[in-house]
Design a protein around this ligand. Structure first.
Ligand code: ATR
Length: 270
């Protein structure tokens, strides 16, 4: 390689034009003095494995993977971290001498963001709304952060039941319940401005209501939580947090999420 060659990384998805990952990783690189490039690559829907192989052959050092390829990335990985194994999905790939490593940094990003927000996770009672990939991916990292109890409530109860059996968490029917310390919206309901079904009592003034979605304005879930007196946050910090974990895996250097989050927040509001 020539002296000017930089290590290349990319985010792979379809569609991908909206991805903020290049902005985030460029900011991390500047902050930590790492020389690298980071691109968005739109991968054909039927060509994920082939594209990854050819990018690795071209010298790429790592990838983030987003919708709809996280399960295919899981299948393609030759080694997986325990948190990727538990998630059943991979958002971070890295070629290594021992084969293609698959990780999942989404849950760690959530945990890091909750800690940044001052949420006490040790001993907390947590309610997860939703039972899709986003929900599945955060269960192990929340447990590792010391939460005492996880309940799942989902529109389709059978999917919550399947996760409950896989992870030994409680299925929370939509009936009045005792208070939760942290209630997390892991559904895509808010994309249409709707609230996901949740048990009465899911959010109180003592709850931290966290929406994995984010927008330029408070989401419907955040507005609902704030009206009930809860502290609220959206998922922009989780996005930056998962990127920081990927960056740390690839580069061996942990960036500071806070200034990059502030930069993204300002751009989102502008
Ligand atoms: P992701 O990977 O983002 O988790 P997913 O696997 O498609 O995406 O899961 C989406 C989740 O959002 C599911 O829990 C889904 O509920 P169902 O299991 O009943 O489909 C939930 N969801 C999506 N739209 C919703 C809505 N309008 N109201 C309530 N839940 C919704």
């Amino acid at each position: 390689m020539s002296a000017s060659a930089v290590d290349r990384y990319a985010v792979l998805g379809h569609p991908i034009a909206h991805s903020k990952s290049p902005i985030i990783h460029s900011a991390f690189a500047a902050q930590t003095g790492q020389r690298l490039s980071y691109e968005r690559i739109e991968v054909p829907l039927d060509g994920f494995a082939e594209q990854v192989r050819s990018l690795i052959a071209a010298g790429y050092r790592g990838f983030n993977v987003t919708v709809p390829f996280k399960e295919q990335a899981f299948a393609l990985a030759q080694r997986r971290t325990p948190r990727a194994q538990a998630a059943g999905a991979v958002n971070t790939l890295m070629p290594t001498p021992e084969g293609l490593l698959g990780d999942n940094t989404d849950g760690a990003g959530l945990v890091a963001d909750l800690q940044r927000l001052g949420v006490q996770l040790a001993g907390a009672r947590v309610l997860l709304l939703g039972a899709g990939g986003a929900c599945r991916g955060v269960i192990l990292p929340l447990r590792e952060a010391g939460v005492a109890h996880i309940a799942i409530c989902n529109r389709t109860p059978g999917k919550a039941q399947a996760l409950a059996e896989a992870f030994g968490v409680t299925v929370q029917p939509v009936v009045p319940t005792s208070a939760f310390d942290v209630t997390i919206n892991a559904t895509s309901a808010g994309l249409s401005g709707a609230l996901p079904p949740m048990p009465p009592g899911a959010i109180s003034a003592q709850t931290f209501a966290y929406d994995m979605l984010y927008a330029s304005h408070p989401t419907a879930f955040m507005q609902h939580g704030a009206a009930l007196g809860a502290r609220v946050a959206d998922g922009l910090g989780m996005l930056v947090g998962q990127a920081a974990e990927s960056f740390a895996l690839w580069r061996g250097v942990r960036p500071d999420a806070e200034p990059v989050l502030a930069q993204l927040r300002a751009a989102l509001k502008a």
